[in-house]
Ligand binder design. Structure first.
Ligand code: BES
Ligand code: MN
Ligand code: ZN
Length: 487
């Protein structure tokens, strides 16, 4: 979706015009018939409302859409504006119209709010149609540009930044949507190389031999059943103080999770193509940070493996030695995400001494039982980091809910043969998973774990996404970087 800013005085040849309407403030310059029709349709400008009418302008029929943004002092004003931008695109994406004029005149928005409306619009336009060879013309997206008139001063400059974020979200969605026969560890890396070429991101890749030499026995144990070799992908963005220690983002990148020998049941197993959603979010965030030239030092690490059952796969009861030296009894080969993350966490701490670590992982089904699809789970050893992430979540809509941690939960991980086992008991599964990861955080480095199993994929359309990949995490981490590192 292209965004073009036009001078309000330029004559508009528009066939389709959209406006954002404040609560009880249908624009005074609207044709009286439209204003009356909107009223008859009970459109008042409330957030979430939409109205469509037609008017004759310069002898031509023009389609006019009104999207409500609610009251100026409403609690989630920016969210309402973003959703209105998104709702307009959702309505006209396959309408047959190629161009939409978004007339912001008189809406009383700040530049940030106008940028938010555009971000909502562009995010909602994303689709992945590469495997559809039989889409009929009337089902194909037609809308490809939005002409913005009446944007407040400064919107264009802000849009440059928001556009970088939208591109990052789109990249994450692409990685998450692609099936596991196209995205596996090697091709995940290749896709990132391609996308990040020329952005200034420095990419490092460890292959399976290098990881074996280092002693990453936990991550590599998961990959043993797969013919696809594991990779550790590292993306460095150095936009901050020279030599300054970075913040680390670490993603679970299980490109397909069959469960391994602890095989998952068939129903819904296809969902496990998006078990790399944490790694996808890290890659999309790094792309966004580079495109908007963030003034911060950030390193993104993705632990990439495929979890398959095979004659060579690891077995329940196997003991593996992690990079940290700690040994793990693998009780359940389906609790593989933590086995991948722990080595990635140790590696990034040894290599970069990060000031803070945030890991993202589609780690447990239990987090979906607890929070459904509205919030991701947040686990942290630092109140300050947890608060900063929570605030970024509220601001962007990638919302987080903090869970408790503690030694009482940690006890569940005791093993009769090794330093720990990889699963706890029947209850509190998301918390014991977090306790497992915490054992790999050194020197009390501020660390947060985000369990995003419930928020990466949507079975029905949301405000700023169609059904499918949501891109969860990119906007969250981008905002965290802005507020915690760049402010
Ligand atoms: N990738 C799954 C978690 C998951 C489940 C994500 C459903 C999205 C939807 C993870 O690897 C897993 O299998 N977790 C197990 C852990 C259990 C064996 C302790 C789970 O949640 O059942
Ligand atoms: Mn699993
Ligand atoms: Zn998994």
């Amino acid at each position: 979706m292209q965004i073009q800013f036009l001078d309000a005085s330029a004559p508009s040849p528009a066939r389709l015009v959209a406006r954002l309407v404040n609560q009880d403030a249908v624009p005074a310059d609207l044709e009286p018939v439209l204003a009356e029709a909107a009223k008859m349709a009970r459109f008042s400008g409330k957030g979430g409302q939409m109205f469509e009418g037609f008017a004759e302008r310069d002898g031509k029929v023009v389609r006019i859409a009104l999207a409500g943004i609610g009251a100026a002092d409403a609690k989630d004003r920016s969210g309402a504006i973003e959703k209105a931008g998104a709702a307009i695109v959702a309505k006209y994406l396959v309408s047959g119209e190629a161009e939409l004029t978004l007339d912001l005149t008189g809406a009383g928005l700040s530049a940030e709010e106008a940028g938010g409306a555009l971000l909502g619009a562009v995010l909602r336009s994303w689709r992945h149609d590469v495997y559809r060879t039989k889409l009929t013309d009337d089902k194909k997206p037609s809308l490809d540009r939005i002409l913005v008139v009446g944007a407040p001063e400064g919107t264009e400059a802000l849009w440059e930044i928001e556009q970088a974020v939208a591109t990052g979200v789109a990249f994450t969605r692409e990685l998450v949507t692609e099936p596991a026969n196209t995205i596996y560890p090697e091709t995940f890396v290749a896709r990132c190389r391609e996308k990040m070429d020329g952005t200034g991101l420095k990419i490092r890749v460890l292959d399976d031999d290098e990881m074996a030499a280092l002693g990453m026995g936990s991550l590599l144990g998961v990959a043993k059943g797969s013919v696809r070799p594991a990779r550790l992908l590292v993306m460095e963005w150095s936009g901050g103080a020279e030599g300054g220690k970075p913040v680390a983002f670490v993603g679970k990148g299980v490109t397909f999770d069959t469960g391994g020998i602890s095989l998952k049941p068939p129903a819904g197993m296809e969902d496990m193509k998006w078990d790399m959603g944490g790694a996808g979010a890290v890659a999309g965030t790094m792309l966004a940070l580079a495109l908007r030239k963030a003034k911060a030092n950030v390193v993104g690490v993705c632990g990439l493996v495929e979890n398959m059952p095979d004659g060579n796969a690891q077995r329940p009861g196997d003991v593996v030695t992690s990079l940290s030296g700690q040994t793990i009894e693998v009780i359940n080969t389906d609790a593989e995400g933590r086995l991948v993350l722990c080595d990635a966490l140790t590696w990034v701490q040894r290599e970069y001494s990060p000031t803070r670590i945030v890991d993202l992982a589609t780690l447990t089904g239990a987090i979906i039982a607890a929070l459904a699809h509205e919030y991701a789970g947040l686990f942290s050893n630092s109140d300050e980091l947890a608060a900063a992430l929570s605030a970024a979540g509220e601001a962007t809509g990638d919302r987080l809910w903090r869970f408790p941690m503690g030694t009482a939960y940690d006890k569940q991980l005791e093993s009769p043969i090794a330093d720990m086992k990889n699963v706890g008991g029947r209850f509190g599964g998301s918390i014991t998973a977090a306790q497992f990861l915490k054992r790999f955080i050194e020197n009390d480095t501020p660390w947060a774990h985000l369990d995003i199993a419930g928020t990466v994929w949507a079975d029905k359309p949301g405000a700023t996404w169609d059904k499918g990949a949501t891109g969860f995490g990119v906007r969250l981490l981008d905002r965290f970087v802005r507020d915690a590192l760049e402010a």
